[in-house]
Write a protein that binds this ligand. Structure first.
Ligand code: PLP
Length: 446
């Protein structure tokens, strides 16, 4: 493959954009990232004209793939040419909020913002304002965006910022606990319960290789929040309208969070976020309450149109059947390959998410392999080796992924997330042929 033009663009980018990019993970692979030119269905064409089967899908938002259906495109264009924004409320914001509230069990009311980061920032402020407490419990190694309250590492006893630029005193208010460890969460509440405003957790850790909850874990967090008067915030920025279909992951796991953060799919490919939940809590945002929240672009008509029409299209067509069935084919195909070629690796995912986890946990020569689409099933032969926390996955072979595996897939025309911790996503634009081509490439690359 020729990557000359991407190389030239990267050289230019380096002098005007830090690291050559506007989001760190885009340049995780050396020597430089391919620059995108356009998309077609489940495929992406780069600046040199190379075609890839694209399993990144914009890091999750593109549920329908790169070719938006006519009904989505025409609504985007109608709203883009009508203003395109006003600094006034519009009907489309109300319609979008009504759609989400109708389908997501715990959501009665929501506030739209412009990114998943903004959603988790506002949700933590809301929880602090609502409870009058300061501390937030998060999962070690989880990702909730570029949020000063969640970029924290350590444990219940000692913690600090995980990046330069966040005051240590600030990080003191965030308590990281290991995912899937009910005792650690209980201990955090025993020590700090009266100061804990909220637990912020993804239903499935989707930025750490995909780690599923063990049985009863979310129920424990729900009970702890109820017992101590803290809020349970589910971050469904990735899982929202992907896992569990239109009801989101909370309908699949049958858990009722107090607050849910959304992003990605609900903007149909345009910048978006939202904080949803019970009216009593969400109405604490200004102007009906006293927790300040505002944004020039929030509820932007073009974003609202793209997101709402995407969700309507998904409701009226076989979108979830299609993406989930291809997801299942990818996970079972990968499991077969792993069984033959790389038994120590784990295949994880659910619905339209899939991931091969390069874990060093466990023996490399086991004959029993992961049963596929890891759901923390205790009867699976690899249950003990399947990652339970974000930290388990963080011990993976970064170099092997970045220097060998990812480039080997790319050279075969398969585009995976550049960061080895992130999930891959199936879209409505993908086909059975894309799945076959991808599995053949995995076989070769492994
Ligand atoms: N929360 C989760 C679970 C995410 O995966 C992300 C981003 O990937 C965010 C929040 C932040 O969203 P954004 O990148 O739109 O700010």
């Amino acid at each position: 493959m020729n990557h000359e033009r991407s190389g030239d663009l990267y050289d230019r980018a380096l002098s005007v954009l830090p690291g050559g990019v506007n989001s760190s993970v885009r340049a995780a692979i050396e020597p430089y990232p391919p620059f995108a030119d356009h998309g077609e269905g489940g495929h992406l064409i780069d600046a040199d004209g190379n075609r890839y089967v694209d399993w990144v899908m914009g890091l999750g938002p593109l549920l329908l793939g790169h070719d938006l259906p006519e009904q989505v495109q025409s609504e985007i264009q109608r709203h883009a040419s009508a203003g395109p924004m006003y600094g006034m409320p519009t009907e489309i914001e109300v319609e979008h909020a009504e759609f989400v509230a109708r389908h997501v069990p715990s959501v009665e009311m929501l506030r739209f913002v412009n990114s998943g980061t903004e959603a988790t920032v506002s949700a933590t402020r809301l929880a602090r304002g609502y409870t009058g407490r300061n501390k937030i419990v998060v999962m070690q190694g989880s990702y909730h965006g570029a949020n000063d309250s969640t970029l924290v590492e350590g444990d219940v006893d000692e913690r600090g910022p995980s990046t330069a630029g966040i005051p240590a005193e600030f990080a003191e208010h965030t308590i990281p606990v290991p995912f899937n460890d009910p005792e650690a969460a209980t201990e955090a509440f025993e020590k700090h319960g009266d100061d804990i405003a909220a637990v912020l957790v993804e239903p499935i850790l989707a930025n750490k290789g995909i780690v599923h909850p063990v049985d009863g874990y979310h129920e424990t967090l729900r009970d702890l929040c109820d017992d101590y008067g803290s809020l349970l915030i589910w971050d469904e920025v990735i899982t929202g309208f992907r896992v569990g279909g239109l009801g989101c992951a909370q309908s699949k796991f049958d858990i009722d969070p107090d607050v849910t953060t959304f992003g990605k799919i609900i903007g149909g490919g345009f910048p978006v976020g939202a904080i949803g939940g019970k009216s009593e809590i969400i109405s604490q945002f200004t102007p009906s309450g006293d927790v300040f929240q505002a944004g020039t672009f929030s509820g932007h008509p073009v974003t609202m149109a793209a997101g709402l029409e995407t969700l309507r299209f998904a409701a009226e067509n076989d979108v979830y059947e299609h993406v989930n069935s291809l997801g299942e084919k990818l996970r079972s195909g990968l499991t077969e390959i792993v069984r033959e070629q790389a038994p120590a690796y784990t295949v994880a995912g659910t619905d339209s998410m899939f991931k091969l986890i390069f874990t060093r946990e466990g023996p490399a020569d086991v004959s029993d392999t992961c049963s596929g689409g890891c759901q923390q099933d205790e009867s699976c032969p690899r249950f003990d080796y399947c990652p339970k926390t974000g930290a388990d996955v963080a011990a993976v072979e970064t170099d092997r992924w970045r220097r060998r595996f990812w480039p080997a897939m790319k050279e075969q025309g398969i585009f995976l997330s550049q960061n080895q911790f992130e999930s891959q996503f199936v879209s409505y634009g993908h086909t059975e042929e894309d799945v076959e081509e991808t599995l053949a490439a995995y076989r070769e690359a492994l």
